[in-house]
Design a protein around this ligand. Structure first.
Ligand code: AQP
Length: 334
């Protein structure tokens, strides 16, 4: 963030360090952050407190938090235009969550699809899993955010954030900016290669499910060549009848920035083998330079610590100010 950017609209987004980042995280979120970063005043967070809503190995969580931040940079996040930081380094996120909890009906949270999906997989459901969208609302509104670029799965949480802002502002006076969601045209919902009816997820450890940003080319190629397709032998965007082929076309379209029409023209008369081969080439070509930059930066662990500290120090005053205004409006500060 530079001074002359302060007139630009603010963008905020984040990713949980809950596994190895996937091509879904890249196409649904990071690629668009990078493409639009010059137009906004950006803050990108590694949301480690969110990752704690399901069980994590403490050492792995610490290491993945640094890995995600390094991947932001390796994918092209430019510190001239963006601050990056770790959520737990700014305590205002947790403090504002408590205040927002007091205006958020439990029924709003129980309706969230992600809560329903993730709680179905747990034997014992932590309160944090239910409260996840309130923490997400706090993340966003602490920084007077105008736009939140995310994949389609997060749209419902953004709607909830807006409901919380509207309720808080009507109860306690104008306190928070009402944020808007930004969803990419292509790549907003990348599906699992093994099961193209389900979202590709970084926390899944199923073989052949995801393409991870740090997978070696051999692994990427193998996963794509084994991706589930169908017996229609027709290359078309048809999510109902041909979910697997549509998913491969979607990945190809999003990664190459081509139109649907241009993609279909390219594969006119071709078979699934050619489609998979070209998707693999495009994915590998995109990820190779990202992996190279990642490994160069990861060689010096102090580098990312310094960047994360500077990021948090730079934006903490924004968060503390907005928290103070909320506390004052609620009657707990002078
Ligand atoms: N499959 C996907 N297609 C497009 N966008 C996706 N995103 C995630 N999966 C896809 C986007 O990536 C960002 C990071 O999301 P997150 O880490 O906060 O959690 P998530 O949405 O629940 O992502 P994952 O990868 O599925 O994580 P786990 O497995 O831990 O739940 C968001 O912008 C999201 O939309």
């Amino acid at each position: 963030m530079t001074d002359n950017q302060s007139t630009k609209k603010r963008v905020f987004s984040g990713i949980q360090p809950s596994g190895n980042l996937t091509i879904g995280n890249y196409l649904g979120a990071i690629k668009n952050w990078v493409a639009e970063q010059h137009n906004y005043d950006n803050i990108f967070c590694v949301v480690d407190l969110h990752a704690l809503t399901v069980p994590q190995d403490p050492q792995v969580l610490f290491q993945k938090t640094r890995e995600v931040a390094l991947l932001y940079l390796a994918c092209g996040i430019d510190l001239e235009h963006c601050a990056i930081f770790v959520q737990s380094d700014i305590t205002a996120h947790s403090e504002l969550t408590w205040l927002l909890n007091t205006v958020t009906p439990v029924g709003w949270l129980e309706r969230m699809t992600q809560y329903k999906d993730k709680s179905a997989k747990q034997e014992s459901i932590g309160t944090g899993l239910l409260d996840y969208p309130v923490l997400m609302a706090a993340d966003i509104i602490l920084y007077d955010t105008h736009y939140v670029p995310v994949g389609e799965d997060q749209k419902q949480h953004l709607e909830l954030t807006r409901d919380i802002v509207l309720r808080f502002n009507s109860l306690y006076g104008d306190t928070f900016v009402l944020p808007e969601v930004l969803i990419p045209k292509a790549g907003a919902r990348v599906k699992g290669l093994d099961d193209p009816t389900a979202k590709m997820s970084k926390s899944s450890d199923k073989q052949g499910h995801a393409l991870h940003l740090l997978d070696p080319p051999k692994v990427l190629r193998k996963s794509i060549m084994r991706a589930t397709t169908d017996s229609e032998n027709r290359i078309a965007f048809d999510p109902e009848k041909q979910a697997g082929v549509t998913n491969l076309l979607t990945i190809y379209q999003a990664i190459t920035n081509m139109s649907e029409e241009a993609v279909l023209n390219e594969f006119d008369g071709e078979g699934y083998g050619t489609l998979k081969k070209r998707v693999a080439e495009a994915v590998i070509e995109t990820l190779e330079p990202i992996q190279k930059r990642y490994h160069e930066m990861a060689a010096d662990p102090a580098y990312i610590e310094q960047i994360l500290k500077e990021g948090a120090d730079r934006i903490r005053p924004l968060a503390e100010h907005r928290l103070y205004v909320a506390q004052k409006n609620m009657g707990i500060r002078k």
